[in-house]
Write a protein that binds this ligand. Structure first.
Ligand code: SAH
Length: 337
């Protein structure tokens, strides 16, 4: 089995077995081929269109203690919460700039009860009926996800982080389990959300084996959105001393994911833009079709420090940079088709 033969099977749309995925991950000889084919595939599905998602970071409080994340409860971090009015104002500014999907993300913060989040979601839907609302608020009960969906939430992002139970244990405290993460993802799908899963590239203790498990899980679960970005160490976490994930590995995985999931919404993440000055554009060239500019109000900027030196760019800058590489941002919701 040559790496080229496996890459060609992937391009044809065949599902790969674990041994084939490992073969693809272990050698980098076909990276350029994968990247070209992945971009061709993205162009055939989405043309030259890139979708925008406006990210509003609603809370930096978190009850969890994930070892990689700067918002973990034991980290000495600046904590804030946005009010309903702050959130509506941030989204209104984004709407003016053409944003038609709002992503509300935060740590797992008990202040954001179902009642409060439902009020915010329906308030957004009332103000901006053409816009999609995506939530990224971590693990909640099935009942909670059902209520938020009824209030109008369209999509939910919950990265599975790693599909290997052993690896999951190394990234999280004992009270967090991969099985409850997976249960949340299944519930979200059953409730009719467009669902996003995903993982960090180059996280501590990650191996080609664990990445193969991630790809197999995604091949089976078939999420509508897949968020991957490099791990970037955060100085206030136990993983401060680990090295960041590599740009090249992230781009290769974006290409593999595009070929495995032709219609998936695949962001070129802020973490990728943080790792390298033209990371976002490289991500698009490798097959990504979504970018997520930050809409959080300036007063909280720098306080949502999940990793160090997080990149910040205005929508205008992002739009311009994407035009410069021959792509165009459309002011549409950009649902999964
Ligand atoms: N509380 C929400 C949002 C978490 S932040 C939730 O649990 O889904 C969103 C994502 O950022 C996480 O899922 C994780 O994959 C990523 N992230 C966290 N710390 C990171 C780090 N140090 N480097 C890169 N990505 C990180």
């Amino acid at each position: 089995m040559t790496t080229r033969a496996v890459a060609e099977r992937l391009v044809q749309g065949d599902a790969l077995a674990k041994a084939e995925i490992l073969c693809l991950l272990q050698t980098d000889t076909e990276n350029a081929f994968l990247r070209i084919e992945a971009r061709k595939r993205a162009d055939s599905v989405f043309g030259k269109t890139i979708y925008l998602r406006g990210l509003v970071e609603i809370s930096s409080y978190c009850k969890n203690n994930c070892l990689y994340c700067g918002l973990r409860r034991s980290a000495e971090a600046a904590r804030y919460r946005l009010s309903d009015e702050d959130i509506f104002a941030a989204c209104a500014a984004g709407y003016e700039d053409g944003i038609r999907t709002f992503v509300l993300q935060g740590g797992e913060d008990g202040y954001f009860t179902d009642e409060r989040v439902c009020r915010i979601v329906s308030g957004l839907k009332q103000r901006f009926p053409e816009a999609a609302v995506t939530l990224s608020l971590g693990e909640r009960s099935r009942e909670s996800y059902a209520r938020l969906r009824e209030a109008g939430a369209d999509r939910y992002l919950l990265r599975h982080e790693t599909a290997s139970p052993d690896h999951y244990e190394k990234l999280h405290p004992p009270e967090m389990t991969l099985s409850s993460r997976m249960e949340c993802l299944r519930n979200l799908k059953e409730l009719g959300y467009q669902v996003g899963a995903g993982f960090m590239v180059g996280s501590p203790y990650q191996t080609v084996e664990t990445i193969a498990e991630d790809l197999l899980f995604l091949q089976e679960f078939r999420p509508h959105m897949i968020g991957i970005g490099p791990f970037i160490p955060q100085s206030k976490t136990p993983f401060a001393g680990f090295s960041a994930g590599r740009l090249e590995d992230t781009l290769k995985l974006l290409s593999i994911l595009r070929l495995m999931h032709p219609r998936a919404l695949l962001p070129a993440t802020t973490a990728l833009a943080t790792l390298s000055p033209d990371g976002r554009e490289e991500g698009i060239r490798a097959g990504a079709n979504v970018v997520m500019p930050n809409l959080s109000p300036p007063c909280v900027r720098g306080k949502y420090a999940i990793y160090d030196n997080k990149a910040f760019e205005t929508i205008d800058t992002v739009r311009k940079r994407i035009q410069d590489i021959g792509y165009e941002i459309k002011n549409v919701r950009g649902d999964y088709q």
